[in-house]
Design a protein around this ligand. Structure first.
Ligand SMILES: [Zn+2]
Length: 72
């Protein structure tokens, strides 16, 4: 049995599964893209889905966005 496909799905750029660590790492760019009027969802797929299901990261996202918005 080959697991290549499964592995690729996990590592691929469009992998929908974003963990809290990944989310935290991507949040900077996500917020910047949002505030710059870019398509943050297309740029960083999976982040929004994670935010929707993770209250902790959502809170982090909101405070980071408030912080970045101030310095914009
Ligand atoms: Zn999370």
């Amino acid at each position: 049995m080959k697991d290549d496909k499964k592995l690729h799905a996990l590592l691929g750029p469009a992998g929908p599964e974003v963990g809290c660590d990944d989310c935290f790492e991507l949040l900077d760019r996500y917020v910047e893209a949002e505030l710059a009027g870019g398509d943050a969802d297309a740029l960083l797929p999976g982040v929004r889905a994670h935010l929707a299901g993770c209250p902790a990261c959502r809170e982090e996202h909101e405070s980071l966005r408030a912080l970045v918005a101030e310095s914009f």
